[in-house]
Design a protein around this ligand. Structure first.
Ligand code: SAH
Ligand code: SF4
Ligand code: F3S
Length: 490
């Protein structure tokens, strides 16, 4: 009988990629995925610490397994990823039935640690050094980028893949745990990245999303005076046959250089979409957040992006209710959202994170109801803008990489179903079509718009003409793998 693995993932795209790779590693050891934790021999939680809510979700899930572990002491329960690196022994104090705690910089050890736990029944820890625990070089070395050979069967879709180009973060925004959970910023060697992209293309991958916490800070120093920037990296993979689209997330406003914008404009495969979080529209708040730029700088940057890359879609992140955010400060954020024409924004209520500078320096003084109200107010402004942005696309024909059935399409079992994909500006587009179009890039004429979605009709293709649509629909229906639309998981 095969051994079974269950994995639950919260957090950002980096975690989704880590989970894919961890599953790939355990599959080589004979594990198969199951979607029920209680059926599994190894139960893993790939965790996120960016907000308290994401952590509490995991502690609750662990709590639900107490009885199960008691009656099945041979099972291995592991907490991996950002919360593992951040909480370390605290996890075993709060959940003593956990067998394995593995940080983001140690994921390659999981297969061997699982065996040790099975043999010894002793808890195992694999953690990287804290940022102040040793010298820079040693801390860097303790965070290993986990980038083993990819296993095509582990990707949610064969035609899309995340590729890590950088680990860690050195920006130290005062509210954020990522510099400690992911360690120092380190860029991967471009040859490794290009090699991985070639392999992915050979396996049928059309769309590559390059990942980094501040992806546009990517820079590899070769040691002989040469350096490779993100723009060079994209230009290099642009030549790889089979690759149709190259995206990159997440951008840091101060590192949005002209060479990168020129590359996005000039290279047809570069997706015309930039995610550049601003976080707040008030200079005093930005200062307390230590974002290192002013609202005026951000506005100019937006203008530069739009001048350099005509038609580019831009999205942002915001934190509302950060320490000391007055009503006036919040109104400045509303003004910025009103005028900035973001395609969409991810809005978060400030969540105080123990161990961060903000928690040391400033009281979390905005009441929860006020945070909630500001969140809703900002969302309403953004939604009105998103609707205007989407409506401006009505009548256009856009090129869509079909990612899978839409939510509605998932429930349809025969005939043309509702499919969903993304345009070259990262807009979500739905239309009725043959499930065989999944993985293809087709033209869709947009005839309707909501704040979140463009609705359209496929411009007839040969494939559609010749098909009879009576055959049963088949596509991966695994909800655990349903990451196709790339929405944030927290
Ligand atoms: N590296 C990316 C994003 C990191 S986390 C960047 O720098 O933009 C994703 C988003 O979570 C952030 O952009 C921020 O808006 C939000 N976030 C981070 N820490 C938070 C906290 N303590 N409370 C609420 N939201 C937070
Ligand atoms: Fe966190 Fe700031 Fe780094 Fe983004 S840039 S990961 S918000 S510290
Ligand atoms: Fe991502 Fe959460 Fe870690 S946002 S980097 S999984 S803290």
């Amino acid at each position: 009988m095969s051994k079974k693995l269950y994995i639950e993932t919260v957090g950002c795209q980096m975690n989704v990629l880590d989970s894919e790779l961890v599953v790939g590693g355990l599959r080589r050891d004979g594990y198969e995925l199951t979607h029920e934790a209680v059926d599994a021999d190894v139960i893993l939680f790939n965790t996120c610490s960016v907000r308290e809510h994401a952590e509490e979700k995991i502690y609750s899930a662990l709590g639900r397994l107490v009885g199960h572990k008691k009656s099945h002491p041979d099972k291995v329960i592991g907490v991996i990823g950002c919360m593992a690196q951040k909480d370390q022994e605290l996890i075993r104090r709060r959940a003593p039935h956990v067998d394995m705690v593995v940080g983001t910089g140690q994921l390659g050890q999981i297969p061997s640690l699982v065996k040790v736990v099975q043999e010894t029944r002793q808890p195992q820890y694999a953690l990287s050094l804290g940022r102040a625990e040793a010298g820079k070089k040693d801390v860097e070395a303790s965070f290993e980028s986990y980038d083993p050979v990819r296993d095509p069967s582990m990707r949610p879709t064969s035609f899309q893949a995340f590729v890590r180009i950088q680990i860690g973060c050195d920006k130290f925004c005062t509210y954020c745990v990522v510099p400690s959970t992911r360690g120092p910023e380190q860029s991967r060697h471009p040859n490794q990245i290009w090699g991985e992209v070639k392999q992915l293309a050979d396996e049928g991958c059309k769309e590559i999303t390059l990942l980094g916490q501040t992806v546009n800070s990517y820079e590899f120093e070769h040691g002989d005076g040469r350096r490779t920037r993100l723009s060079d990296l994209i230009a290099g993979m642009h030549e790889v046959p089979g690759i149709e689209r190259i995206k990159f997330v997440t951008n840091y406003p101060k590192d949005m250089t002209d060479d990168l914008l020129d590359a996005v404009r000039e290279l047809p495969k570069a997706v015309k979409y930039l995610h550049v979080p601003v976080q707040s529209g008030c200079n005093e708040v930005l200062k307390r957040m230590k974002r290192m730029y002013s609202v005026e700088f951000y506005r100019e940057m937006l203008q530069r992006c739009r001048e350099k890359v005509p038609g580019v879609a831009i999205s942002s992140d915001f934190i509302v209710g950060f320490c000391g955010e007055t009503e006036e400060a919040f109104q400045k954020t509303c003004d910025l959202v009103r005028e900035s024409r973001f395609k969409n924004s991810f809005i978060f209520k400030y969540s105080k994170r123990p161990g961060t500078k903000a928690d040391d320096l400033y009281p979390d003084d905005i009441p929860e109801e006020v945070k909630k109200r500001r969140n809703n107010d900002l969302l309403a402004i953004q939604n009105a803008n998103s609707l205007a942005d989407h409506k401006s696309k009505v009548g256009e024909t856009v090129s869509v990489l079909v990612e899978g059935p839409s939510k509605l399409g998932m429930k349809q079992t025969s005939g043309p179903i509702q499919l969903a994909g993304r345009s070259m500006t990262d807009h979500i587009v739905v239309f009725d079509g043959n499930p065989r179009l999944i993985g293809q890039t087709i033209d869709v004429r947009v005839h309707e718009a909501s704040p979140f979605t463009l609705y359209g009709q496929a411009v007839t293709t040969d494939l559609q003409k010749t098909e009879t649509w009576s055959e049963p629909v088949s596509y991966p229906k695994d909800p655990a793998n349903d990451r196709r639309l790339g929405l944030p998981l927290v």
